[in-house]
Ligand binder design. Structure first.
Ligand code: NAP
Length: 295
């Protein structure tokens, strides 16, 4: 990546973009352009709508000297892995890349969704931040709703944060079981899988994380209200969905006075980590936060 001196010698604008299909709904241009402008980096963050049949040529185009890299979103987070020169160990375990860094003709893949979720939870008052930037969630039980792409990142993040127990609830049980089997290779703690949330047994200090898409398009919740009501008052409910900002699940949780947050904080932190990977500079997180929360 260019250093500060190289930026000033650059005549053309540098480029970063979002690879996905669709991309128009994304808030990433807003937060990333605010960060680039705040640090006077002459770069534009663009939306790169990319159907699957054009993915390989899109990824190859990142080797252009003016390109710093890209974010990757639905549906390409898994499909990009074979096209990269290097994939970092966390992204390899998760099996998904959301950030590509271009460095001297080489493309490196990372997953910032997973650490972004942990930093978001820490910002909401959960866990301890280690000197190396890792967040620990010892003594928490994590209830993870979903076993798709976002849930996979969350699950690996949660075991890396040493949660004391992980319960994965997913409509298709075999998908949850497959994820649990992969996680168990690096984790000694108990992992339970369920397809029916009515069988959930509450534990103290629970973090309930919605990583399903339920609540994004319809006003429905992945958890029945009577199940949520079994959890005690120190339970934290995090919905990865950020649009709409108030999902049915979050409304249910607030009605019974549980602490809640939506996915904007995860979006912010995964974006800040990606920014640092592209530019080598600490992300101006308050500038990014302002543009997100003032919208
Ligand atoms: P995905 O791979 O398509 O997974 C969807 C998940 O939702 C699966 O577990 C699926 O269960 C479940 N699901 C879908 N429809 C359902 C239904 N009708 N009933 C029960 N379960 C249902 O999607 P994803 O990439 O993981 O994304 C999931 C959510 O996370 C999206 O809302 C996305 O916007 C959000 N997200 C937010 C951030 C952030 O920064 N805040 C980052 C990434 C993702 P089955 O396996 O049984 O089909």
């Amino acid at each position: 990546m260019p250093d500060q001196k190289q930026y000033s010698q650059t005549t053309a604008f540098l480029r970063i973009g979002l690879i996905g299909d669709p991309v128009a709904h994304s808030y990433s241009p807003r937060i990333q352009q605010a960060a680039l402008d705040e640090l006077n980096i002459p770069a534009r963050y663009e939306l790169w709508q990319t159907p699957a049949e054009h993915l390989i040529e899109r990824v190859r185009s990142l080797c252009d000297p003016a390109c710093l890299g890209a974010n990757v979103t639905i549906p390409h987070k898994q499909a990009v892995l074979p096209f990269l020169d290097m994939v970092d160990p966390l992204a390899t375990r998760i099996g998904a890349v959301n950030t590509i860094v271009h460095h001297n003709g080489y493309l490196q893949g990372y997953n910032t969704d997973a650490p972004g979720l942990l930093l978001a939870l820490y910002e909401h008052g959960l866990g301890e931040l280690q000197a190396d930037g890792h967040v620990l969630l010892r003594d928490y039980t994590a209830v993870l709703l979903g076993a798709g792409g976002a849930a996979r990142g969350a699950a690996f993040a949660l075991i890396d944060a040493h949660v004391s127990r992980l319960i994965i609830v997913n409509r298709h049980l075999e998908r949850a079981q497959q994820l649990a089997a992969e996680l168990q290779q690096n984790y000694d703690g108990p992992i339970f899988t369920l397809s029916d949330p009515t069988f959930l047994i509450p534990h103290p200090s629970s973090i309930i994380i919605n990583a399903t898409s339920l609540g994004m398009h319809e006003d429905v919740s992945p958890l029945p209200a009577e199940v949520l009501a079994r959890f005690n008052g120190d339970t934290f409910v995090y919905d990865m969905i950020y649009n709409p900002t108030q999902t049915h699940l979050l409304c249910q949780a607030r009605t019974i006075n549980l602490r809640t947050a939506n996915g904007l904080s995860m979006l912010l932190h995964q974006g800040a980590l990606a920014f640092t990977l592209w530019t080598g500079q600490p992300a101006p997180i308050e500038a990014m936060r302002n543009t997100l929360f003032s919208a």
